[in-house]
Design a protein around this ligand. Structure first.
Ligand code: NAD
Ligand code: WQD
Length: 335
């Protein structure tokens, strides 16, 4: 049984990926410092898979602690989710982001280098900035980063590319578009800390009566209804792509170059389309108001997923209505 270290494995995307890796027969070890997640997520994972993953509460920036973990386990692959991800906070505290997101990556690459472990890296569609042409392919230009957070993903990808070039390490970067939804069992899902920054968690809290009103940030963009367009993807579809990426790395020892894949559905929806779809599928009327644009927002971005479809044999299965029902079911389960 191959062993996979999942850093950030008690987080939102990490926990869903752990479940899919376990279902595919991998032994999963989680390392998370619980800076943005709770230990109880482990019980949620066990509820779904019947397997309580081995857990280490460690900061990946603490290299001796990570080395000690590797001394105890023969790790075949690392799926590296652990990072800070709040765009606004990264503007206020850039060094926190450069330190946490880049030192952790460098540590893992140094350790992986000595131990023949492969790496899957969580990247983001944020690397494309405001694209000139849609949909974006993996060859679309990388734009100057809008935030320190986005820059950590661009620099992270560059570090990996250089290290793969110079060593025997194999790696895949996955550029996620906008993950939403939760596991169908509602045993795991997303727990936003404080006021949610992202559209769907905020919308769900308004629909649940926990917040007064959803602000729609701008309706004067050059899109059909004036609101921004994104490519929303269900988190379980996303999680499954990680299993395929790990399979691919482990099946092809040292004969593959560094690869990068877009993970989206390939379809773009506007904020107002998303709100309308939510109201239709749930029957819940949402209180929202159009307000000013949010600084730094991209007008429209959605993925060309041909490369992931053809090379990984992966395709997102869930449509927007199913994704929103999934998020709503999760929200309601929170009581
Ligand atoms: P999350 O915050 O739910 O999960 C990240 C986990 O990493 C948390 O459990 C946190 O406690 C842990 N962590 C952070 N720094 C750590 C450190 N130094 N050592 C150990 N653990 C640490 O976030 P998520 O939404 O699941 O995102 C996972 C990854 O995907 C991140 O790298 C994020 O940048 C990337 N990503 C997320 C999105 C998104 O919209 N959610 C989109 C694109 C990319
Ligand atoms: C989606 C749309 C908002 C909240 C962020 C990160 C990006 C990536 C994905 C990690 C936009 C609008 C939002 C609200 C609104 N993450 N909106 N009212 O901006 O695509 O990207 O998450 O890598 O790096 O920046 O996602 O969910 O914040 O916004 O109208 O209360 O919803 O303007 O058009 P975004 P989001």
């Amino acid at each position: 049984m191959s062993k996979v270290l999942v850093t950030g494995g008690t987080g939102y995307i990490g926990s869903h990926t752990v479940v899919e890796l376990q279902a595919s027969g991998y032994e999963v070890i989680i390392a998370d410092d619980l800076s943005n997640s709770k230990k109880e997520v482990l019980q949620g994972i066990e509820k779904i898979s019947g397997i309580l993953p081995t857990f280490y509460e460690i900061d990946i920036c603490n290299k001796p602690a990570v080395e000690a973990l590797f001394d105890q386990h023969q790790i075949d692959a690392i799926v590296h989710f652990a990072a800070s991800k709040a765009v606004g906070e990264s503007v206020e505290k850039p060094l926190l982001y450069y330190k946490n997101n880049l030192i952790s990556l460098v540590n893992l690459l140094e350790i992986a280098h000595g131990r023949n472990a492969s790496l899957v890296f969580s990247s983001s569609c944020t690397v494309y900035g405001e694209p000139d042409k849609l949909p974006v392919t993996e060859r679309s230009p990388i734009k100057p980063a809008i935030s320190p957070y986005g820059n950590t993903k661009q620099i992270g990808e560059e570090i990996i590319r250089d290290v793969v070039e110079a060593t025997q390490i194999q790696a895949i970067s996955l550029r996620y578009f906008n993950p939403i939804g939760a596991h169908d069992s509602v045993a795991i899902g997303e727990y936003p800390q404080g006021v949610p920054n992202n559209l769907v968690p905020y919308l769900m809290q308004v629909a649940a009566g926990e917040r007064e009103q959803l602000s729609v940030f701008g309706d004067d963009y050059s899109t059909p209804d004036g609101t921004c367009i994104r490519d929303y993807i269900h988190v379980v579809d996303l999680a499954k792509a990680h299993v395929i990426a790990v399979d691919r790395l482990l099946q092809s020892k040292n004969d593959k170059p560094y690869e990068v894949f877009n993970l989206g559905t390939g379809k773009g929806y506007s904020v107002l389309e998303l709100i309308k779809t939510f109201e239709q599928v749930t029957g819940v009327k949402l209180n929202y108001a159009i307000v000013d644009r949010r600084a730094g927002d991209i007008e429209k971005v959605y993925a060309d997923t041909t490369f992931a479809n053809d090379v990984l044999g992966w395709k997102a299965g869930k449509e927007l209505d199913e994704m929103l029902l999934s998020s709503w079911k999760w929200q309601q389960s929170l009581g």
